[in-house]
Design a protein around this ligand. Structure first.
Ligand code: RBF
Length: 345
């Protein structure tokens, strides 16, 4: 070996050692990225999972050095950790990407066995683990403005609104993000319209039983509920069906679903999960993604919204309600509505 090239290789070795020594925060820019999209349930019928998979697949489609595999873990939560363990055991994925508030704990345990594995989780909050990066949507905020709309509708003289000041919420199951942010935010929003509004809250027990959701909705209508919200994945379809048949309204979280039941679904919140996922993967590919931290994203950051520019909204609600709601959204975006997001833990 000539002296020049020997010196060069020593220098190169030194610089790569130096780069490695800088550790976690400035990982080298990967030349390719292999992503496992881990769906904690089934993709179809669950908007947040559909957007997760679509965003990742779109990113892979436009980047030839990115591969994405979508894995559906199914509804048996007791199996998720073991499934994920065997999926990462082969070491084939640079990152595991998921969207579920219960995933950080599972990933923390799996990561102990596979210290090089990285996990990125949206719709969750977790910090301090150098293998895990999380993005929490401010679901208190989305529920707060959807609750405000529900409050306007239940106190209105719209054809299907009754005298009772009662709104309903159907959940698939209880978990901290739901019981501490989503449900309290919804009631608080409604009470900004009228402090006398009451909430009827019921739980299905799983994410797929449409008939149980329909049955619960029917009982709630009997008890005076005229506006519903839900976090129930595919089971929400049963509630929407009953609301349509028996004459009640629905406000919907996370996606534009007006076309499912025009005149029944009168307001849709938006979660910009596809956009967030593309940005996350772009950062990961450039080696810029930070681990060990959690960020919260909401209205003002542009990751939560409301589908106001849609005939499903404009044709379903009278002008005065839309004026009041749109004004509330403007105030909220401008930071002029004060509210406190409760702690998650
Ligand atoms: N949301 C869905 O849309 N479909 C599901 O199958 C689903 N399963 C979940 C399972 C668990 C254990 C938890 C904690 C949440 C689940 N979610 C599901 C809720 C979802 O991740 C998110 O919290 C809500 O969509 C609100 O952002």
């Amino acid at each position: 070996m000539k002296r020049g090239s020997f010196l060069l290789s020593v220098l190169l070795m030194g610089s790569s050692l130096f780069a490695a020594g800088r550790g976690e925060t400035r990982a080298k820019t990967p030349s390719s990225l292999s992503v496992l999209v881990y769906i904690t349930g089934m993709t179809a019928g669950s908007p947040s999972y559909e957007m997760l998979a679509r965003g990742a697949e779109a990113f892979a489609h436009s980047h030839s050095n990115v591969t994405v595999k979508v894995y559906e873990a199914g509804f048996n939560q007791a199996e998720w950790e073991e499934q994920l363990t065997s999926l990462v055991a082969g070491g084939g994925y640079d990152i595991v990407l998921g969207s579920n508030p219960s995933l950080p704990e599972i990933c923390e345990r799996v990561g102990k066995k596979f210290p090089n594995q990285k996990f990125i989780i949206t719709d969750a909050e977790h910090s301090g683990n150098p293998r895990i990066s999380t993005y929490l949507y401010n679901q208190y905020e989305q529920s707060f403005y959807l609750g405000y709309l529900a409050g306007l509708v239940t106190t209105s003289s719209m054809p299907k609104a009754n005298q009772a000041k009662k709104i309903g919420f159907i959940a698939a199951q209880e978990y901290p993000l739901l019981t501490r942010h989503i449900v309290p935010g919804f009631l608080e929003g409604a009470r900004r319209v009228d402090p006398g509004i009451e909430l009827d809250f019921r739980v299905i027990g799983n994410w797929f039983d449409l008939n149980k959701a329909a049955e619960l909705a029917s009982g709630m209508i009997d008890s005076g509920v005229d506006v519903f919200a839900s976090i129930a994945g595919g089971a929400a379809q049963g509630m929407i069906r009953t609301a349509g048949q028996r004459g009640a309204y629905v406000v919907f979280h996370n996606t534009n679903e007006y076309s499912l039941a025009p005149g029944v679904i009168v307001g849709c919140g938006l979660m910009e999960q596809e956009k967030l996922v593309r940005e996350i993967l772009s950062d990961a590919l450039e080696g810029k993604l930070q681990y060990g931290v959690s960020r919260t994203v909401g209205l003002k950051e542009g990751y939560l919204g409301f589908a106001a520019d849609d005939p499903g909204y404009t044709n379903s609600l009278p002008q005065d309600i839309r004026d009041k709601f749109n004004a509330f959204m403007d105030e909220l975006r401008a930071g002029r509505v004060s509210y406190t997001t409760p702690p998650l833990n």
